[in-house]
Design a binder for this molecule. Structure first.
Ligand SMILES: [Zn+2]
Length: 408
């Protein structure tokens, strides 16, 4: 005999299953929903009626039919709920308010200076979210959750930042103070993971079963999707591509080892190599003072050979690192994003060449490589999809402490 709890769970699973199908394939008819889910037409009618009454979906114009009555189509009501996505960086906080389709309704970016303790940053986080919600003018009662993405090692289930070298944080509660203030579910994840989730939801990774997202900037990170699922590893730290050894005995890395990809190909690595060349007396229009990626790109465009060489070298190492990933995982798609993509072909031409040279032929031939030029808004949208993912995923895969239902 089924206990009530089980019956409730089955109802919720079926409901989320239908809601997800309507979201991804809508406008869609009840008959098609029944066919795809193998739920009986009566069950589909019953559940969709409940979803209609809660305003989560709406009926729209008739669809095509080969004969007889044309079926009414169902579509997700994107404005039935709203979520907030936040990207927390060392020098800025970005917040985006989106609807259930992950369409950004309002976007806000404030600059921020780190203090000695996390408290001022957490307060700034709350203030920024408050301001974004106010300016977006969405109905606060319809705000379903907040997603936060940040650099470093994050315990997603506990909403705790275990370690962030960029923010200099260790074991900081991030979700709890936000949850206390806003009284809605708050989810925390590593920012590369939130970006990967965004690609999976509405970006190039939509409908791709095997892909990786590689971010290049201050560090080099990676999110992995295999079989349509996130791959996190035993410790939740999978994807540390930045610390693949690509040149044994090479440049010193922040992690304490030598020859890591990050030490050779990240933005700081480019700056460092130019600085070293200047010390060696090499000719360049760049000066050691105020050396940053922006100035290096400008110098490259004006024909500075040293700047070109440094960006090409970083691309070359990046290509070798990605080739190793491709040989290991055989993805169909590699998405390269992050602030370092501004360097464009000066960096990614040599990257593609090295990737072709070092990846196993059978993999490289069919591999699609996309360079993604999204800014902080994309990252914030990614954090918003952290909440959407919780809303639309099967309740059976939700943990008890994060389980949420849409209550109206
Ligand atoms: Zn390292």
């Amino acid at each position: 005999m089924l206990r009530t709890g089980n019956r409730d769970l089955i109802r919720r699973i079926n409901q989320n299953l239908l809601l997800n199908l309507i979201r991804t394939q809508g406008p869609i008819s009840r008959a098609e929903l029944s066919k795809q889910t193998r739920l009986s037409p009566a069950t589909v009618t019953y559940i969709t009626q409940a979803l209609l009454e809660r305003g989560l979906i709406h009926e729209m114009g008739a669809g095509y039919s080969s004969g007889g009555r044309r079926p009414v189509l169902l579509r997700l009501e994107p404005k039935a709920g709203f979520v907030v996505g936040v990207k927390l960086a060392a020098d800025s906080i970005t917040a985006a308010v989106t609807d259930l389709d992950a369409t950004v309704l309002h976007y806000l970016e404030i600059s921020h200076t780190l203090a000695d303790t996390p408290t001022p940053t957490l307060r700034a986080l709350i203030r920024t979210i408050e301001r974004a919600l106010k300016e977006s003018r969405v109905d606060r009662a319809k705000v379903l959750g907040i997603g936060v993405g940040m650099g470093g090692i994050v315990n997603k289930d506990e909403g705790v930042c275990r370690f962030s070298p960029i923010l200099h944080w260790r074991d900081v509660q991030v979700a709890a103070p936000l949850r206390e203030h806003f009284e809605i579910p708050v989810f925390l994840d590593n920012d590369v993971n939130t970006l990967t989730l965004a690609e999976n939801w509405f970006g190039h990774g939509k409908d791709v079963e095997h892909f990786v997202v590689i971010t290049v900037g201050r560090g080099i990170g990676m999110g992995i999707v295999t079989n349509g699922q996130f791959y996190r590893g035993a410790m939740g730290g999978a994807g540390e591509i930045g610390h693949l050894t690509v040149q044994p005995g090479g440049a010193q890395c922040d992690c304490g080892k030598q020859g890591c990809l990050e030490a050779l190909a990240s933005d700081p690595a480019v700056v460092r190599s130019i600085r070293e060349s200047i010390h060696e007396g090499r000719k360049t229009e760049l000066s050691e003072r105020n050396l940053d990626l922006e100035r290096i790109i400008k110098a490259t465009e004006r024909g500075d050979a040293l700047a070109r060489r440094a960006l090409a070298d970083s691309g070359h190492w990046l290509g070798i690192g990605i080739a190793n990933v491709v040989n290991l995982l055989d993805p169909a798609l590699v998405i390269v994003g992050g602030e370092g993509v501004r360097a464009g072909d000066w960096r990614f031409g040599p990257m593609r060449a090295a990737l072709r040279e070092h990846a196993f032929d059978g993999f490289a031939d069919n591999l699609q490589v996309v360079i993604e030029f999204g800014g902080n808004e994309t990252w914030a949208r990614g954090a918003a999809s952290l909440v959407l993912n919780e809303i639309f995923q099967h309740p059976i895969s939700q943990r008890a402490d994060t389980a949420m239902t849409l209550n109206f």
